[in-house]
Design a protein around this ligand. Structure first.
Ligand SMILES: CC(=O)N[C@H]1[C@@H](OP(=O)(O)OP(=O)(O)OC[C@H]2O[C@@H](n3ccc(=O)[nH]c3=O)[C@H](O)[C@@H]2O)O[C@H](CO)[C@@H](O)[C@@H]1O
Ligand SMILES: C=C(OP(=O)(O)O)C(=O)O
Length: 435
């Protein structure tokens, strides 16, 4: 297992370009299975989870060609469904969350799909009922097995239906949209997730000939079509990376320009960091974060303590809660951080407390952070990255702490951040990868 060795306390400076969005990449790569024609996708991040998904497609017989750096074409004209049951496929599919989104495309195009329980972060219960209840509404039969679930379409193919999702599941919505585009008749998805990942998936599917309306909203209407064609698609910049870099700049009192952020797709993300006192300057499509020796967390209008909580889009993404939390440790003022969706995503605060942060973990979902206002730096230490976003929060903490820190289990960070050590070095960070 690899580690990062970090000498923190340096101010950083320069420009950084966000990678393509991991969670969008996982969706649109799965969607290439919906057609036998060639689909070309650019701005694909070179990260572990995405590379594993590409390998899974190759195992199924999809022809994947690297056109240029970050740009691949996919052609699913020789899919071999027998490969779904091979040990290599099962083992690989279990290691990432995104593999669950192979079910919708395979089911609707080939009438059957089997998938082991998907992996991903261990951040609390991660149920998949929303996906399977939706497939049932489209007429599929589910044979649930904790090891491997099989989904079978009726003999005439999936049939459009009205589906009120029991929760606005991101991967659940993507799976059902992909199943419905080739189903017969009309499907209505209400309480659909509407993260930019879904906006992008639906836009790509419409470019392939699908009929989806309501794109970007939580009410999607899909008129099934018999056939989809190839297309070209470009992945948006990763909002979670952008938010992570904003947090990094604030914590290290650096001046950083984040290039080409696609600001119309950032939703409430910049506002939340601004509420935490961080100055953001929008210049064309870049965000410039000037050096700030102090940043003060706002209070609510009635003077009460600020809360930063996650919510389904257009709320604040849960994937940036750990970054907001670490940023608060050096702010002026206090904030209640409320991670509503996941039960086990805040336990990493123990490490920050060891580093000298003032945090009261109220329960598994809530932590009060009393900012140190940069009057006392965090203490460098050795720590382990428990999940992808806690890992990045610890990385930001280590870069702000004076002295040498080690972060172990950085494979978690590599799941979602492309060559993060090299890109941070270019900003002046003293970080290196050790075995
Ligand atoms: C590969 C991928 O795209 N992963 C993302 C996806 O995971 P994923 O699609 O697995 O997450 P879901 O959207 O299904 O749900 C996440 C969690 O939030 C809960 N929940 C969800 C919706 C809701 O309205 N209320 C609610 O409480 C669920 O019970 C679950 O515990 O979305 C999550 C939520 O944005 C992100 O953290 C993950 O990075
Ligand atoms: C939780 C995340 O990823 P996954 O759903 O792939 O585990 C994440 O990207 O923050």
């Amino acid at each position: 297992m690899a580690s990062f060795e970090i000498y923190g306390g340096n101010r950083l400076s320069g420009e950084i370009i966000p990678q393509g969005a991991k969670n969008e990449a996982l969706q649109v790569i799965c969607a290439t299975i919906l057609t036998s024609e060639k689909v070309t996708i650019s701005n694909i991040p070179d990260i572990r989870d995405v590379n594993k998904l590409i390998e899974l497609l190759q195992l199924l017989g999809v022809i994947v060609t690297r056109e240029t750096a970050g740009s691949y074409s996919f052609q699913a004209n020789q899919v071999d469904m027998s490969k779904l049951n091979t040990p290599e496929f099962v083992q690989q599919a279990t290691s990432l969350r995104g593999s669950i989104m192979l079910v919708g495309p395979l089911l609707t195009r080939f009438g059957i799909a089997t998938i082991p329980h998907p992996g991903g972060d261990k951040i609390g219960r991660r149920r998949t009922d929303t996906h399977y209840i939706g497939f049932q509404k489209l007429g599929a039969e589910i044979s649930y097995d904790p090891e491997k679930t099989e989904v079978t379409a009726p003999s005439g193919g999936l049939q459009g239906a009205y589906i009120l999702l029991d929760e606005a599941s991101v991967t659940g919505t993507a799976n059902l949209v992909m199943a419905a585009v080739l189903a017969k008749g009309k499907t209505t998805l209400f309480n659909a997730a509407c993260e930019p990942y879904l906006f992008q998936l639906c836009t790509m599917l419409n470019n392939m000939g699908a009929h989806i309306s309501g794109v970007g909203s939580n009410l999607l209407t899909i008129e099934g079509v018999a056939h989809l064609s190839g297309c070209e698609h470009r992945i948006l910049p990763d909002i979670i990376e952008i938010g992570s870099f904003i947090g990094l700049a604030a914590m290290t009192r650096s001046d950083i320009t984040i290039k080409n952020v696609a600001k119309e797709h950032l939703g409430i993300t910049p506002d939340i960091f601004e509420r935490m006192g961080i100055s953001l300057v929008f210049q064309d499509d870049d965000i410039y974060i000037p050096t700030q020796d102090h940043y003060r967390i706002q209070r609510f209008m009635d003077g009460s303590i600020m809360t930063v909580a996650d919510a389904p889009w257009p709320g604040f993404t849960p994937d940036l809660i750990s970054v907001a939390l670490v940023v608060a440790t050096q702010a002026k003022g206090s904030v209640l951080i409320h991670q509503k969706m996941f039960e086990s995503r805040l336990f990493f605060v123990d490490k920050l407390i060891d580093m000298g942060a003032q945090i009261i973990l109220c329960d598994p979902h809530r932590a009060v952070v009393i900012g140190l206002n940069h009057e006392q730096p965090l203490r460098a230490t050795r720590m382990t990255s428990p999940d992808i976003r806690a890992g990045v929060a610890l990385l930001i903490a280590a870069l702000s702490a004076e002295g040498k820190s080690i972060i172990d289990n950085i494979e978690q960070i590599d799941r979602g951040y492309q060559s993060i050590d090299k890109r941070l070095q270019q900003l002046g960070a003293d970080i290196r990868r050790i075995d």
